[in-house]
Every structure is written in structure tokens, then in C-alpha cells.
Design a protein. Sequence first.
Length: 189
Amino acid sequence: MEYEINFLVLQSNTETVDSIRDKVKSLIKEHKGSVVDELVYKKRRLAYEIKHEMYGFFTVLRFTLENNPDIIELKRELNLVQDIARYIVVQADQLPKLSQEILSMERREKTTVKQEDVEKMIAKSAQDKEVKKEEVKKTTKTEEKKVEKEEAKKEVVKEETKKGSKEDDSDDKSSLEDLDKKLDEILSI
């Protein structure tokens, strides 16, 4: 029966990664199995922190093993290897070949953005933000000037209406006085 083991070695054990891979391979051979295929990932960021570390090395081994009790014993011995942070063993009869995984991984690497490109994009966006800040400052200054002009216009209009209302008040007073005189004349007759 064909199996696949995927195991993780944390970044703190970088020097021993190759010896750990060899140890897992020797454990498989001790249990009368044979390694068919191997896929080694570069250092990768983990989805969550394990033992206060965020990076590790993944290795995938395809192997054949005939007896089911041997796989149970293999798992028991893998639990005793302290440098393996996590591992999973699955049946690989219906899984795609690792060579296909390698091709898809290469495609993903080609489509991923390099660190240098990311830094360039960050620098460019920072420059764009600075330019936008300067534009905002210029527009806010012009907006402030517009607001000041509008307020000045409103004050001028208020002053003119006050002057006009004073003249209207004097006109109203004079017309009332005229009416009073005419009434007095009519009534005195």
C-alpha cells in the first residue's frame, strides 16, 4: 500500500533538517518500506505559531509499506523524534504524483511576487501618498481661501441689509408721521 508523510521541522532546527529527513527515511526502511518519491519545500511561513516560531521546513515522502501494523509502529516511532514539530501520514493511492505537485509549485512560484518587487511597490505607494498629501494641503488652502471669501461676502451683504433696513425704518417713520398729520387734519375739520 502506498502512503505519504508530510512532516515539519521548525526553523530553529535548520542545521539538522537533512539528518531528520534521513532519519525518517531510515525508519521507513526499518519497517520494510521503501521511499518512492520525495518533495522538499523551502523555508515557509507557518499559518500559526508553533513553539514560538513562525517558519519551518516541510518535507513530503511517498513510500510503500505492506503491513498495517507496521504503519502504526512507524507513527509511534515518529512521535518519539523530537525535532519533528508536526507530521501527518495518509494513504496516497488516490493522490496525484509528487511530480505534478512540483510542477504546480513551480507555477505558483512564478506567479508570486518577489520580495524586491514588494519593497518597490511599498516605496512607490509611500511616494504616491506623499504626493496626495501635498495635493490635499494645496486644495485645503484653496478651500480655506474660498470659505474666507464667502464669509466676507456674507458680512458685506449683512452690512448692506442693515443699512437698508435703517433707511427703511426712517422711511417708515416719516410715512407714519405724514399719516398722523393727515388724520389730524381730517379729524379737526
